[in-house]
Design a protein around this ligand. Structure first.
Ligand code: M6R
Length: 595
């Protein structure tokens, strides 16, 4: 998805280099063009490239211009094709801007421009920059031009704007699209993603919906509806998470290996057995309110995590829970229920729209499970349970998914009374079991899954509480390998879909013998050329021609957490065989931040 990184330096400095470094950190979000602009000697020096950062690098000047202000952007084309003209920054005579979001009333705004012919590209963002220019020609104030523009624009935006008439100042505005300002000794950074903030940043300011203003070399001034406002700040805590892959071939593989530590972190931060409680004070407070019915609302992998959450909430806590894809949710009869939002980024537009006009929250109790601290969602929902997965750089989610299912399991245990709490012991052994499972598995799979390049159909099969993880496994296969793959429960499997050009991946609870027989008989009969069976511990039922992957012996309730890394690694190995781009798959967004 699109990303903004801009910088205003207290002293003239090599702005373009700083912009490239910042943008580099958000490339994991997925993008198809990139650009920077430096304001120097009353001129916008714009450099843009279609493709990735490697295409931008040769275009950068050997000697970086020394300036105060620069804006940078990675674009994921949604409104207008992928082209140099549509790439950001977009500039007019005096203004240059970068924009995330979509302006919905561009057909009303464009005719206000004196000359439509100035528009060279196809984007709403280009109309906005010329609109600011037009307003400026009347009032000669960049600030009042922005104020008037945000009054007339409709839709969503995060904007960083440079104006040649204010070489030591950067304008900004946000509505329904994230924008954070970071203050450091060397200056101020404006970014759409907290992960791009340099370690030097000490304090973060969070503009709210409808805010606009400017940052100069000394201060941040925020306005809303023509009145100056003060917005909350918070110290910037650097995660010290390495931005490098270390000895791993991809961030994805590294993040799969981080999963045992993610579970350790979840336990350390939430579980603490004292005389009065099994939980840390913050987690105990988060689960203080229990409702008999719940709605779980999410998108993509987070939605699949919710499916598993629903199962555990019903089985362990006796809570009637229903899962919803956020775009299909309209606060259905939500007054008496707990509405839980699950999101890695906390920036998914389909979730955020539920908090704005005309919908507005209609639930008495809301909570969210979020990985990205300081995200927009965490500021909208009072009860926030952090996921402790750390920064996930690979576009395809792995450790965040595991953190979501583990935390949902913990929630079910917490709401399950005495009986529920007994299940927590099953989580306590999980990190060590995951360590054992993950160690050596990748090498084993890379050697034992043949490069079946002619197989274009992958089928995942399972039953009971394992369905959510095979849909997620199937999604990982699609995301990483661009191959068609489908997940079925045994009962609903259209048998004819298994043919010699399909690969079958079966996840089986080994105690579920009748199903196991059925599945394996199927696999043999219908000649799938390659069959992988994952079971929780050893099983005699698996015919020798299948690749049998055993997780350590475990209770069926936590088997999903152990089978998940196998499914992630299978998708990774198949993708590597096919030469796919592992960390930034083609046309895949980490989270969808525009509606
Ligand atoms: O940040 P979120 O969890 O809200 O994002 C939801 C989905 O966009 C996300 O899970 C997406 O499906 C990932 N590409 C999964 O790998």
């Amino acid at each position: 998805m699109c990303g903004i990184f801009s910088f205003i330096s207290r002293e003239p400095s090599s702005i373009a280099t700083v912009l490239v470094e910042g943008l580099q950190k958000i490339t994991y979000r997925g993008y198809d063009s990139v650009g920077v602009s430096v304001l120097h000697n009353e001129e916008h020096h714009v450099i843009k490239a279609v493709g990735n950062m490697d295409q931008l690098a040769p275009l950068m000047p050997k000697k970086s211009l020394q300036a105060h202000v620069g804006i940078g952007h990675i674009r994921w084309a949604t409104n207008g094709s992928v082209s140099l003209q549509n790439a950001h920054p977009v500039a007019s005579k005096h203004f240059a801007l970068v924009h995330n979001g979509i302006i919905s009333n561009i057909d009303d705004i464009a005719p206000r421009l004196p000359k439509i012919s100035v528009l060279k590209g196809e984007t709403d963002s280009e109309v906005v920059v010329h609109f600011c220019e037009h307003l400026w020609s009347n009032n000669r104030s960049s600030f009042f031009s922005l104020e008037r523009a945000v009054e007339l624009l409709e839709g969503s935006w995060a904007l960083a704007i440079a104006c040649t008439k204010n070489p030591e100042s950067l304008l900004f505005a946000r509505k329904q699209s994230p924008l954070i300002i970071g203050e450091a000794p060397e200056g101020f950074y404006l970014a759409s993603d907290i992960g791009s903030m340099p370690d030097t940043v000490t304090e973060l300011t969070f503009p709210e919906d409808g805010d606009y203003g400017f940052v100069n070399t000394k201060e941040i001034i925020v306005y809303n509806n023509k009145k100056e406002v003060v917005r909350p700040t918070s110290p910037h805590v650097t995660t010290q998470q390495t931005a490098t892959k270390g000895s791993f071939s991809s961030f994805l593989l590294k993040e799969i290996h981080e999963q045992p530590d993610v579970v350790r972190s979840i336990l350390k931060n939430n579980v603490q057995k004292t005389e009065s409680s099994s939980f840390t004070p913050s987690f105990a407070e988060s689960v203080r309110i229990r409702t008999a019915r719940m709605h779980l609302i999410a998108c993509g992998s987070s939605y699949y995590a919710s499916l598993l959450g629903v199962h555990w909430l019903e089985k362990i806590a006796n809570i009637a829970a229903s899962p919803y894809i956020a775009s299909e949710y309209y606060w259905q009869c939500a007054e008496d229920k707990m509405c839980a939002f699950i999101s890695q980024s906390g920036e998914t537009a389909d979730i955020l729209r539920l908090f704005s006009e005309p919908l507005k929250p209609k639930a008495k109790h809301t909570m969210c499970l979020i990985n990205s601290a300081h995200s927009s969602l965490s500021r909208l929902v009072p009860r926030v349970i952090p996921l402790y997965a750390g920064v996930e750089r690979s576009v395809a989610s792995t450790k965040a998914f595991l953190s979501q299912i583990t935390t949902l399991f913990l929630l079910a245990c917490a709401w399950g009374g005495e009986e529920g709490r007994k299940h927590i012991a099953k989580l306590e052994t999980l990190p060590t079991l995951l360590d054992t499972l993950i160690k050596g598995s990748y090498d084993f799979l890379a050697t034992n899954i043949p490069p079946l390049l002619d197989i274009n159909h992958y089928i995942f099969l399972s039953a009971e509480n394992l369905y959510p993880i095979i849909v997620e496994g199937s999604l990982k296969m699609k995301e990483l390998s661009y191959i068609t793959s489908t997940a079925y429960t045994f009962d609903n499997m259209p048998f004819l879909h298994i043919h010699p050009h399909s690969m079958l991946i079966i996840v089986l609870n080994k105690d579920h013998e009748p199903l196991a027989h059925e599945a394996l008989a199927l696999a043999l009969q219908d000649h799938a050329p390659f069959v992988i069976v994952i079971t929780n511990g050893p099983s005699d039922l698996i015919p020798p021609h299948c690749l049998h992957l055993e997780t350590p012996e475990c209770d069926h309730l936590v088997f999903p957490m152990l089978a998940t890394p196998f499914l992630q690694m299978i998708a990774l190995v198949v993708a590597e065989h096919r030469g796919s781009c592992i960390d930034q798959p083609r046309n895949l967004a980490k989270s969808v931040t525009v509606e």
